[in-house]
Design a protein around this ligand. Structure first.
Ligand SMILES: *Cc1c(COP(=O)(O)O)cnc(C)c1O
Length: 424
C-alpha cells in the first residue's frame, strides 16, 4: 500500500480504511467495463449500469490495432480448431508446443540473438529473468533506472542482490555509481527504451558504452517499442543500430503485437540458464498454442510494416500539433505516447469522467502511484487507426473539458510544456 496503517484486531475495518484512504485521495481505481469490437477498432462498447455505450478509445496499448487484425484472429481460430484451447501443461510437463518453438525462433531472429524464451506475460519475463540472473550471479550488483517499471523492480527485489538507482536516462550517473563499486563483482544494468508514462526514450548507445566499460550485462525492456520502432519492428535498439550490443532484450506480445505473453532474447547459454533456473518460467502452465499462433502472425505482419509504423508516428505528431494549437499541456514526448498533463488526482478523474459521459471518449486517468503526485495525466495513445475525424472529436472534447474544469493551459503554440510540468 506504500504507507503503514494501524491494525486494531479488526480485519474488515483495516481493509475498508485502506480503501477509504485511496478514495479520499482520488486514487481509487475504477475500471471501464469494455466489450471490444473486432470490426470497429478503436471504438468499443462500454457496459454501464444504464446499459451499453459506444465509446472511442484513446488509451489502448493495442498500439497498432493488431489485436483486432483479421489475419491475426484467423491464425488464432485455426490454431484452436486444430489444437484446442489450452497448452495442457507446464513447458516441462507436456505443455511445450511446436508453436512455442516457432515463436521463440522467430523472436530470436527478430532481435538477432541466438535464442528467446517465452513467459506468460512481459511482467513475468522481467520478474523471472532479473530475479534469476541477479540471485545466481555471486555478489551481483544491479543498476536500475529510477523510472523502471514495477515488474523489473519486483524482479530485483526478489533477487536480494545489492541495488543502485541511477538518475533517469543519465549514463554519467550510472558510470559514477559503477566506478565506485568493486570491478570484479558481476553487474547487471536494467533500463527501458520507451518510458511509457512520460513518452521519452533512453540514450541506449551511451548506456551500453558504460556497461561495456565496466563489464556489465545490459538488460533492456523494449515492451513499448517492439513492433513499432526499427526497420523490422525489433524496437529502438534496432532503430539506433545497437541491437548486437544489448545482452538481454525483453519484450511483450501484449502491446503492439496485440495478444499476450512476454519474452527475453539473448545468447543461447543465458537463455538456457533462465529456462533451467527461472521458477516463474518453470512452475506455470504454458501459453495456449493459439496465443503463440496469433503472436507469430502479428510479428510476421509487422516485420515489413514500415508504412504502418510511419502512419503511427504521423498520427502522434499530428495529435501533438493539435494539442499545441489549443494550448493543452503535454509532456515533451518523443514517441507515440502523448501524456496530457492535468496535475491533480481528482481533476484528472473528473476530466476522464467528463470525456466519457459527455463525449463518449474513453481515456483512463493515470494517478499516483503509477506517476508522482502532482503529475496526474491523461495518457493518449494514437494508433494508425485513429482517423482525422476521431482526432477532431478528441480535440474538441478536451478543449471543452479544459474550459469546464478550469484546467491550466500553455500559451497557444507553446510546445515547452515541460515548464508547466516543473512548476507543478
Ligand atoms: C506493460 C509493461 C510490462 C509488462 O508487460 P505485460 O506483457 O503487460 O505483462 C513490462 N515493462 C513495461 C515497461 C511495461 O510497461
Amino acid at each position: 500500500m506504500g504507507y503503514s496503517m494501524e491494525f486494531d484486531g479488526d480485519y474488515g475495518s483495516f481493509f475498508r480504511a485502506g480503501l477509504d484512504r485511496l478514495k479520499d485521495e482520488g486514487n481509487y481505481r475504477f475500471f471501464a467495463n469494455l466489450e471490444r469490437r473486432s470490426d470497429a477498432f478503436p471504438n468499443a462498447r462500454r457496459h454501464t449500469e444504464h446499459g451499453p455505450q459506444d465509446v472511442l478509445v484513446w488509451c489502448s496499448n493495442d498500439y497498432l490495432g493488431m489485436g483486432q487484425d483479421q489475419r491475426v484472429r484467423q491464425a488464432m481460430i485455426d490454431a484452436i480448431d486444430q489444437q484446442g484451447a489450452g497448452a495442457g501443461g507446464t513447458r516441462n510437463i507436456s505443455g511445450t508446443n511446436h508453436l512455442h518453438g516457432a515463436l521463440e525462433r522467430r523472436l530470436a531472429a527478430l532481435h538477432q540473438k541466438d535464442a528467446a524464451l517465452l513467459f506468460t506475460s512481459g511482467y513475468v519475463a522481467n520478474l523471472t529473468a532479473l530475479s534469476t540472473l541477479a540471485s545466481k550471479l555471486p555478489g551481483c550488483i544491479i543498476y536500475s533506472d529510477e523510472l523502471n517499471h514495477n515488474s523489473m523492480i519486483e524482479g530485483m527485489r526478489q533477487s536480494r542482490a545489492d541495488k543502485r538507482i541511477f538518475r533517469h536516462n543519465d549514463p554519467a550517473h550510472l558510470d559514477e555509481l559503477m566506478a565506485a563499486d568493486d570491478p570484479a563483482r558481476p553487474k547487471l544494468v536494467a533500463f527501458e527504451s520507451v518510458y511509457s508514462m512520460d513518452g521519452d526514450i533512453s540514450p541506449i548507445a551511451e548506456i551500453l558504452d558504460v556497461c561495456e566499460k565496466h563489464n556489465a550485462l545490459s538488460f533492456l525492456d523494449e515492451v513499448h517499442a517492439v513492433g513499432m520502432y526499427g526497420e523490422h519492428g525489433a524496437g529502438v535498439a534496432e532503430r539506433d543500430g545497437v541491437m548486437d550490443r544489448v545482452d538481454i532484450v525483453q519484450g511483450t506480445m501484449g502491446k503492439a503485437f496485440g495478444v499476450i505473453g512476454g519474452y527475453i532474447a539473448a545468447n543461447a547459454d543465458l537463455v538456457d540458464f533462465v529456462r533451467s533456473f527461472g521458477n516463474a518460467f518453470i512452475f506455470t502452465t504454458a501459453l495456449p498454442p493459439a496465443i503463440a499462433a496469433g503472436a507469430l502472425k502479428s510479428i510476421e505482419i509487422l516485420y515489413d510494416a514500415q508504412d504502418m509504423r510511419a502512419r503511427h508516428q504521423e498520427r502522434a505528431a499530428t495529435l501533438k500539433a493539435r494539442l499545441t494549437e489549443k494550448g493543452i499541456p503535454f509532456l515533451p514526448s518523443v514517441c507515440h505516447i502523448v501524456p496530457v498533463l492535468v496535475g491533480d488526482a481528482e481533476k484528472c478523474k473528473a476530466a476522464s469522467d467528463m470525456l466519457l459521459e459527455k463525449f463518449a471518449i474513453y481515456v483512463q486517468p493515470i494517478n499516483y502511484p503509477t506517476v508522482p503526485r502532482g503529475t496526474e495525466r491523461l495518457r493518449l495513445t494514437p494508433t494508425p487507426l485513429h482517423d482525422d475525424a476521431s482526432m477532431d472529436r478528441l480535440i474538441d472534447a478536451l478543449d471543452h473539458v479544459w474550459d469546464e474544469l478550469g484546467l491550466q493551459r500553455c500559451p497557444a503554440g507553446d510546445t515547452d510544456s515541460k515548464m508547466l510540468y516543473a512548476a507543478q
